[in-house]
Design a protein around this ligand. Structure first.
Ligand SMILES: [Zn+2]
Length: 470
């Protein structure tokens, strides 16, 4: 970098005549500077993780903690030299209240750990009591539908992948209610458990009654399944105070670095600032937020601003509404947002980038378009050598999803998630689970890709089968 600056000073005067314009930085030299600064930023990164996780803690939509996080992020990004705005977003406010589940079998009653599912109704100040019926799939539920009425259904479905299992958490209550269940329980959506139930949102369908739903830990689900297999009955007594209160105003926090040559082309790098109301929301998604903020801070520290505008966007309300991601797309529909990157699958060992382009056409067309864009990244592959990333055609992230649906190139930071799914949405999503060295490479991956997206002149644009760019 020093050599580069010296060279700029030696350029003869006529070349700089007229409008004084900073020369375009050398791509490889600046990429090395970005990676170097990101990997050396351990102290800043970790201090910020402590501020967000230890000082503020978990941050469910509608809580004062989330708005404290908004203020904190705005302050830190201002200190970093970004111009900061807070864009108001109305968010729903779901409140868990106290909750309990007591299982009685063979004359003995025992309270087991649960977490009510986000957006669930409560039990209306009563205790709902019913016999437990365990099923291992939706097909088994339908096969046993004559036995469902008046029961509390438990889905004991072992974790395969998150996408492959989360449907039981999301749709289970309505599917059980369709056949007359009075409440719904789901085995936590995670591969392992140390009595740590996993929350997350559910969705009710319109044409069936809304019944309360909670996650039990894997230990309880397996126990109840064993009892049923041996012909032993179990009764469940469920009490949940869950309810909605009036919506409140939250904010997407945006830190902007105006582009030097193409300020109207915008690169978004983001995460979600809200979390569930358990643990510290450390990997979901404080890590993504601090990494996105670090990308902004490092790019602001360069001698030359990136060619395009960079916006760090900390989205609100991803976990139980996605109002932040949707609202951002609507508010900025007239802008040319060329790419949007998100980190929201933990802080494990860095693997690379998930390239997401949605053509509006068939699945085959979408896959072909993602592969075309990955091939185009071959031209800048050398910039990434130090991090050795994979580029895979895949989903990018929930918050940037609405932008990607409208033609923006989506990129998800990819990391090994082995350590993530066991603690995701549980009381155990805390700072101690994060390996600082692994996380710092994620930060470098975010910073480098953000800079490449903002600087690379030939950045590919998504070709829409239906419609043009937004
Ligand atoms: Zn998340």
């Amino acid at each position: 970098m020093r050599i580069l600056l010296l060279a700029a000073l030696l350029v003869p005067a006529p070349a700089l005549a007229g409008k004084r314009k900073a020369p375009a930085p050398d791509l490889a030299d600046t990429a090395a500077v970005v990676i170097g600064r990101a990997l050396q930023a351990k102290d800043t990164t970790w201090t910020r993780m402590q501020e967000l996780c230890d000082d503020i803690g978990h941050r469910l939509s509608g809580t004062p903690e989330l708005e404290r996080a908004v203020d904190w992020a705005a302050r830190r990004m201002e200190e970093d030299g970004l111009s900061v705005t807070r864009e108001p977003i109305e968010v729903q406010r779901w409140v868990r209240g106290s909750e309990s589940l007591v299982i009685e079998t063979s004359g003995r009653a025992r309270e087991v750990p649960i977490l009510g599912l986000g957006n669930s109704v409560g039990t209306g100040g009563e205790v709902i009591e019913g016999e437990v019926l365990v099923v291992g799939s939706f097909e088994e539920l339908v096969a046993k539908k004559e036995a469902v009425k008046g029961k509390i259904v438990l889905y004991d479905v072992p974790f395969t992948t998150y996408g492959g299992t989360v449907g039981y958490r999301y749709r289970g209550a309505s599917e059980a209610a369709r056949h007359g269940a009075i409440a719904s329980l789901v085995r936590s959506v995670g591969p392992t458990s140390l009595s740590t139930p996993h929350t997350g949102s559910l969705g009710y369908v319109d044409d069936v009654p809304q019944i309360p739903a909670a996650a039990v830990d894997i230990e309880t689900a397996a126990w109840l399944h064993r009892l049923q297999d041996r012909g032993q009955k179990a009764t469940a007594r469920l009490s949940m105070e869950a309810h909605f209160e009036d919506p409140v105003t939250s904010h997407n926090v945006v830190g902007e670095l105006k582009g030097r040559e193409l300020p109207d082309q915008v690169v978004v790098v983001g995460c979600h600032l809200d979390s569930w109301d358990v643990g510290q929301g450390a990997q979901d998604d404080a890590a993504g937020c601090v990494a996105a903020m670090e990308a902004g801070r490092i790019l602001a520290s360069l001698d030359v601003r990136p060619r395009r505008t960079v916006r760090v966007v900390l989205f609100t309300n991803e976990e139980n509404g996605l109002a932040g991601g949707r609202g951002y797309q609507e508010a900025h529909a007239d802008e040319d947002i060329v790419a949007a990157m998100e980190m929201d699958t933990g802080a494990g060992p860095f693997e690379g980038y998930r390239i997401d382009a949605r053509t509006g056409g068939t699945d085959d067309e979408t896959l072909a378009e993602r592969e075309r864009i990955i091939a185009a990244f071959g031209a800048v592959e050398h910039l990434f050598t130090a991090l050795d990333p994979e580029f895979v055609p895949s989903f990018s992230g929930a918050d940037v999803g609405p932008l990607v649906d409208h033609g923006t190139l989506g990129i998800g930071l990819a990391m090994d998630t082995t350590g993530y799914w066991p603690i995701h949405h549980t009381e155990a999503d805390t700072l101690d689970k994060i390996d600082r060295a692994h996380f710092q490479r994620d930060v470098a991956g975010m910073a480098l890709m953000t800079w490449v997206l903002a600087e690379w002149p030939d950045l590919p644009r998504v070709q829409r089968t239906l419609g043009g760019h937004p």
